[in-house]
Write a protein that binds this ligand. Structure first.
Ligand SMILES: [Zn+2]
Length: 351
């Protein structure tokens, strides 16, 4: 499938379909991230576990269920019927319970409460099957036969557990779709974010300041990852990961693979930097050399940084995401090396 055709169809679908909640956007972004982290060759399909999507959707809402200043918790859907439990309600109640137990990130929660996590993701998977996955490829809601991403003929507003069992709790992306979604992701992901910001603005009656709102919804969990700074500082011998200068004063924990492309908080994806490097890199992909250095760090040493905080390392996830991201980045795209210094992507892949 031609990536531009796919991007065009998705843009039209999202622009013309009635979005009663942000769940479709969250689900589509989860699909894109799954494809980036599970790169495949050109024209094959891909089986995607719905639990994987549910886990990504959960993580996307985790920062968004905080209180937004005087506005309280933001609405993510149109006025719903009394008594309806939404995805946001689920994430919010889990988050507040987790915080009372001293768990401040999804990663910590997963490590500390695996059974509760599994049960939540199972419930959320059923919701995804009945709502956004069923509705994603339909503009009006009922018309059949427009599936172009995955076969959704077995999904409905009443999808049952036995039906999910029969499909191994998975959807299967059509041949060519996974690589096309990954290829179109640099354009699609910022657009999804923009729609998401617009929708939240629309679902909340108050006037919200857009730049504040965007940062609130989508910035990485700085306070959470900052807890890893002391351990990373020791591991990096008090030097900036990128420029190797001695760290003095403020430090930043940087997501090497940008948070806005693949939301990976594992220590393998985190480095300590000075404000100059982090402030210049922003959401740009770094040169492949930096990623190779990140992947070459000792697993044992990273475990030593992560374990006291019950934080995951996620080496394989970072490696796979790096493969997917660089494979789907166009030749000639700028890659960040140092403040003000860019290389141009020459197609070098991450081994
Ligand atoms: Zn630096």
């Amino acid at each position: 499938m031609d990536p531009l055709d796919l991007g065009d169809r998705l843009a039209q679908l999202m622009a013309t379909g009635r979005r009663v909640s942000t769940y479709k956007l969250a689900t589509l972004d989860a699909l894109v991230q799954h494809c980036l982290e599970n790169p495949v060759f050109d024209d094959v399909g891909l089986r995607v576990p719905i639990r994987d999507l549910a886990s990504r959707v959960f993580e996307a809402y985790w920062p968004q269920v905080r209180v937004f200043g005087e506005h309280g918790v933001l609405r993510q859907n149109e006025q719903s019927r009394a008594g309806t439990v939404t995805v946001v309600d689920t994430v919010r109640s889990l988050r507040s319970g987790a915080e009372q137990r001293g768990l401040f990130s999804v990663a910590q929660f997963k490590e500390a409460a695996p059974h509760e996590w599994a049960a939540t993701i199972r419930r959320l998977s059923i919701t995804l099957a009945q709502q956004p996955l069923f509705a994603l490829q339909r503009t009006g809601g009922r018309e059949p036969g427009t599936a172009f991403l995955y076969d959704d003929s077995w999904l409905s507003k009443k999808t049952t557990v036995s039906s999910l069992d029969a499909h191994d709790w998975s959807i299967t992306l059509f041949a060519g779709v996974p690589s096309a979604l990954a290829r179109v992701s640099p354009m699609l992901q910022p657009v999804l974010q923009q729609w998401w910001v617009d929708d939240v603005q629309r679902h909340n009656s108050a006037e919200l300041e857009i730049p504040d709102l965007r940062a609130f919804l989508f910035d990485a969990n700085r306070a959470g990852v900052a807890r890893l700074a002391p351990g990373l500082r020791e591991f990096q011998q008090n030097r900036c990961f990128y420029c190797k200068r001695t760290l003095s004063g403020a430090v930043h924990v940087d997501h090497v693979l940008p948070w806005s492309r693949v939301a990976i908080d594992g220590v393998r994806n985190l480095v300590l930097t000075d404000p100059r490097c982090n402030g210049d890199k922003l959401a740009t992909l770094p040169v492949v050399d930096h990623v190779q250095d990140v992947l070459a760090r000792s697993e044992v040493d990273l475990q030593a940084v992560a374990a006291p905080l019950r934080w995951p390392v996620e080496t394989e996830r970072v490696r796979n995401a790096a493969r997917g991201l660089y494979r789907s980045t166009g030749s000639g795209s700028p890659l960040w090396r140092a403040p003000g210094v860019y290389d141009f992507h020459d197609g070098t892949a991450v081994p």
